[in-house]
Ligand binder design. Sequence first.
Ligand code: DX5
Length: 231
Amino acid sequence: MATVEIVPSVLPADFSRLGEEAVALEEAGVDRIQWDVMDGRFVPNLTFGPDVIAAVRPHVSVPFEAHLMVEHPEELLHRYVEAGCELVILHAESTIHLHRALTMVADCGGKAAVALNPSTPAEAVRDVLDLVDMVLVMTVNPGFGGQAYIASMEPKVAQVAEMIAASGHAVDIEVDGGISPKTIAGAAGAGANILVAGSALYKDPEGLKHAVADLRERAEAAYSQRAGSAA
Ligand code: DX5
């Protein structure tokens, strides 16, 4: 059974103190940090360039992942690996040559992952499972934090899990968008072992550490129950 991981999206963080915010997330017990990279074209928002991530990199030791919500990701994916992102997530919808783009991530020393927007079927990743360490199933339409969880994506998570099991490749499933104490069990119970949360972490009145521990406990309970029933 894969390890459950809780991964913060830093979109809700204080951008004037990103280094300190990353330290606070590491101290709160997150497993990695996700950087939501947006180009204003693939999604209607603009966020982090590689230099911002490189500036934060020396302040913490947790792994970084870059979620590239950009057009033509081939043109800049290498810069996010160079900035210190161990994993680079490409959207299946963002390039004509997904297979080649994922191979480019590995060629420049990174681990590759593929993301699916809500309207993109699971089939889109069937033929690249040998190239990725992770499949990300979006449970919001990408571009902004604080959106409502799209529960109708849960069957897609389960379908991706079945495809991965049939492929024989060890591939994690990540879910991102609207994850909260109320929604995380549905995502983990469908088969996601890596859960991204932004607003839910920062909204917890008891602070980041409590939020991370609470989400982890809920996810582990649901994920292990599913694994138990699937056995
Ligand atoms: C949306 C981003 C998500 C989002 C998560 O485009 O990819 O990571 O910020 O934030 P919450 O958890 O607030 O939905």
